[in-house]
Ligand binder design. Structure first.
Ligand code: NAD
Ligand code: UFG
Length: 345
């Protein structure tokens, strides 16, 4: 049996898929989550998919004392994958302190506990391609400059990477890999795990599936005059299960001490960009469901086009995304259908 891994935010969208991947790779998993953006019922679904029930501790990582208590009771951890954070860009503009307090504060608490604890000091961190802003060259590689953040949320990711870098340099023994995700979409092939957006979704794919199922009247495509072949924005969409697998690979790189620096950074994308209209068309073709959609003005703050140079992740990490846009759309749709049929009720 492989070691015990802490997954913070493990009840959330990407975390729950990663917990399953870890369990299927033989790891024991402890989930730490305050359920601020997830539901208790996810634990049973993870157990159904993986066949093993992870340990679950409901805890707010902003509560330093409780986190210290958790680490005193879990001194045998071999690694930590840190997903817990808030992620809504618009909300971060309205309430920046809430984002700095949670995303940066929780990370500082975690690093304090990890550096003080006898537990192993291996950390995998959820970062984002938002750190590149609109890159000067595409595809964008890890050594491209980090641009001024376009939102407080984006800034929390930049600051978090810097805090991890400084902590690794400070001889605290921390070994870390930051993973810069492009656009995670799709759901588990079982149809039992997926994204649970609270309220009106901000992101494209949940909005597409909710429109298709009849929860939303119409999808709005933001902007048709971008400098792209069809005038709509281009993103590098990546299946959440490919992303989850990359976390296990990154963790195992740290556990096997194969990393070349105490803080490494990798892009996680497919390397292919698709426009909003290509995403809409692929959804319609794959599911045979017609979408009601219209164009409107550009959404403020949107990057025109971004896709990943995945060469380093492919060569150095030895990981490659395997699933294409059709599978991303069909699994996202199956998840929406299952939710509509009462999966989480
Ligand atoms: P999510 O909201 O589904 O999951 C995050 C989980 O963390 C939730 O279950 C939430 O309850 C928990 N959480 C939040 N604050 C907490 C706290 N203080 N203490 C304990 N638990 C807390 O989000 P996700 O899409 O799974 O994203 C996971 C990570 O990946 C986040 O750090 C996010 O910023 C990052 N990321 C996500 C995307 C994306 O498009 N989904 C893109 C880039 C980066
Ligand atoms: N879009 C629409 N209509 C919608 C929603 C989105 O046309 O209803 C468009 C957007 O304008 C954009 C594309 O679909 O062109 C993708 O938008 P998303 O909101 O799905 O994703 P973003 O690329 O804007 O944001 C995502 C994450 C952020 C992260 C960012 C960069 O949600 O957390 O990638 O990593 F900061």
């Amino acid at each position: 049996m492989a070691g015990k891994i802490l997954v913070t935010g493990g009840m959330g969208y990407i975390g729950s898929h990663t917990v399953v991947e870890l369990q299927q790779s033989g790891y024991q998993v402890v989930i730490l989550d305050n359920l601020s953006n997830s539901e208790q019922g996810i634990l049973d679904l993870i157990t159904r998919v993986a066949g093993v029930k992870p340990e679950f501790v409901q805890l707010d990582m902003q509560n330093r004392e409780r986190l210290e208590g958790f680490f005193r009771e879990h001194h045998d951890l071999e690694g930590v994958i840190h997903f817990a954070a808030y992620k809504a860009v618009g909300e971060s503009v309205e309430n920046p302190l809430m984002y700095y307090r949670n995303n940066v504060g929780s990370l500082v608490n975690l690093l304090d506990c990890m550096t003080d604890s006898p537990a192993a000091k291996n950390l995998v961190f959820s970062s984002s391609c938002t750190v590149y802003g609109q890159p000067d060259t595409l595809p964008v590689s890890e050594d491209a400059p980090v641009k001024p953040a376009m939102s407080p949320y984006g800034n929390t990711k930049q600051i978090s990477e810097e805090i991890i870098e400084d902590t690794c340099q400070a001889n605290g023994g921390l070994e870390a890999i930051s993973l810069r995700y492009f656009n995670p979409i799709g759901a588990h092939e079982s149809g039992l795990l997926g994204e649970l957006p609270l309220g009106v979704p901000n992101n494209l794919v949940p909005f597409i599936t909710q429109t298709a199922i009849g929860k939303r009247a119409q999808l709005t495509v933001f902007g048709k005059d971008y400098d792209t072949p069809d005038g709509t924005c281009i993103r590098d969409y990546i299946h959440v299960s490919d992303l989850a697998r990359a976390h296990v690979v990154a963790l195992e790189r740290l556990l096997a001490k194969q990393h070349q620096k105490s803080h490494e950074i990798f892009n996680l994308g497919t390397g292919t960009g698709y426009s909003v209209l290509e995403a809409v068309n692929t959804f319609e073709q794959t599911t045979r469901v017609k979408l009601n959609w219209k164009f409107s003005d550009r959404r403020p703050g949107d990057v025109e086009k971004v896709w990943a140079d995945t060469g380093t992740a492919n060569k150095v990490l030895g990981w490659k995304a395997e699933r294409g846009l059709k599978e991303m759309m069909s699994t996202a749709w199956q998840w929406e259908v299952n939710l509509n049929d009462g999966l989480m009720d």
